[in-house]
Design a protein around this ligand. Sequence first.
Ligand SMILES: [Zn+2]
Length: 272
Amino acid sequence: MNNKYIEKPTDSQLDFIAKLQKESESSSGACSICKGAGGWTNELGQYTFCECEKEKMFMAKCTKANIPYKNLGKSLEEHWNLRQDVWGNNLSQNALDKKADIKKLVERYTKVLPAIIAGNPLKIKPRVGNAINLTSLLFQGGQWSGKSLLCTLIAQEGVRRNLTVEYVDWSELYSDLSGFENRDKQNDWADIFGSKDLIILDGVDFYDVRNPSFVIQLDRIARARARCGKPIIITAYPGYEKIEAGHGWSSLLASCFKVTLPTPEPPKPYAS
Ligand SMILES: [Zn+2]
């Protein structure tokens, strides 16, 4: 540094600096309603959170629940596309009907989620047959069928309702449950599956690997979930039925209401 001295800024320079600071604050996203304070106290001394602060708290809870960022904040109304598939091709009538049914189901399901968790299943009347008591859901579909989007839509709705939610990525769970040396992580998973209000298990996939530790631990956490009686949302790739993990796992799967998602065909360059 070779500055010998710094001159005191003039009043007009100070004004200019203050103006710059204000501009940088507003461009960095300070809220125009609360000016970044996050809330206010009214004349009765009651504190009110600003909408911007509520949004921040919501995002923090979603992060804590491990909901992936990718689809966060999306909505069924806007993002569950009833016209086109992910490649921009128009849906067939069959796919459209299915997706419309799934939309209705997810809307009804999320609406009564707290009641389901309290032990009152959603009653649905299929076109044929008897009414079904529905607690848990299993969406089966291939790549690009919208499994993760549905998972996030349901998970974030749970967070909005102040439920304890855990979003679980199958490949991470698989790696934690494999091997006999991951004792602590495996105990954590058993606690999580035995206690959270809502578990979202996304992307269940069959790996053709012999893995005794995984078989035992998956059965263990499935039993923990079944015992606590709270719902689980599972999404799975075709072929998931080949996973063998004891009666706890198979009865957890059997307790889910199964929905098949229309899986779009990828465009030619991707097809093998
Ligand atoms: Zn604000």
